[in-house]
Write a new protein. Structure first.
Length: 254
């Protein structure tokens, strides 16, 4: 349950090692969030991360095993978290993979694996979370989408299309959940300096994960359904999505 001042008291992160998600969780702890559950593929890998969150002020930090590609386990993972920690005030769907477009040209199954994580698993996890939220009568789901899904680029259109699918799903789920007391926020970051983009040349408006985390927390407080990070991308993409295709091809290739 949110406390009397509206602060989230518990958060579940699916893809709990995500740098953007952790940069969101830290300011939530500063705002009195006390229970954090990190759902990850390898619990050992986040041992020190969990300790740091405890040191920051979270009273309960739990780590559970979660693999986005094991779709049939999502309901059980979420039910188990709720059974042990009570209501899930906020869930962050943070898992994702970028992949490599050049690889996909020779290996369509590698492309399918990216779509399976970024889109299919977001659907199964999102619907499992929605069931829990309907039972609770309240709760918010944050989906980490991307500007890559707003308009596909030739250089990463498999990733972009998977995020476009996830983005559309999340928006529909938000409308579907509203009468049950649930909320959905779709986050559209641009280029973020994280493990995912390590070694890649930065794109215009590149930011650190903390900037996205702060934007998500502010957006949730303001009740935003779409959160751009940084905020200027909202205006940039209002123009980008209207550019004629041949102009977009030139802009997107830069
Ligand atoms: N970085 C960017 O520029 C950017 C921009 C827009 C949107 N995003 C999106 O933001 C989200 C978080 O990305 P990030 O920048 O924080 O990168 P990140 O630190 O690499 O986080 C991605 C997380 O996804 C997890 N993951 C991948 N496959 C998984 C699976 N099968 N099951 C469970 N977890 C899985 C990874 O877990 P492991 O630790 O086990 O590898 C990793 O913790 C992603 O959805 C990404 O697409 C990122």
């Amino acid at each position: 349950m949110r406390d009397a001042l509206g602060a989230v008291q518990s958060v579940l992160v699916l893809g709990g090692a995500s740098e953007i998600a952790l940069a969101t969780v830290r300011p939530l702890i500063d705002r009195r969030c006390r229970t954090v559950v990190l759902a990850v593929r390898d619990p050992e890998s986040v041992r020190s991360v969990a300790d740091a969150l405890r040191a920051r002020g979270a009273t309960e930090v739990d780590v559970v095993e979660f693999d986005a590609t094991r779709h049939d386990t999502h309901e059980a993972v979420i039910a188990d978290v709720a059974a042990r920690h009570g209501d899930i005030d906020l869930a962050i769907v943070a898992f994702g993979v970028l992949g490599d477009q050049a690889t996909f040209d020779d290996d369509p199954l590698a492309a399918a694996a990216v779509v399976d994580v970024n889109y299919v698993a977001a659907v199964t996890a999102g619907l499992a979370l929605a069931r829990r939220i309907r039972t609770q009568g309240h709760g918010t789901i944050v989906f980490l989408s991307s500007v890559a899904g707003v308009r596909a680029r030739a250089s990463n259109f498999v990733y972009g299309s998977s995020k476009a699918g996830m983005d559309a799903f999340a928006q529909g789920l938000g409308d579907h959940l509203l009468p049950s007391g649930g909320r959905v926020a779709v986050v559209r970051p641009g280029f973020v300096h994280s493990r995912m983009t390590e070694g890649m040349p930065a794109q215009p408006f590149a930011v650190d994960p903390d900037v996205v985390g702060a934007a998500v927390v502010a957006g949730l407080q303001e009740g935003r359904e779409i959160i751009w990070a940084p905020g200027v991308l909202r205006y940039v993409f209002a123009i980008m999505r209207l550019l004629p295709r041949r102009v977009w091809r030139i802009v997107a290739a830069r």
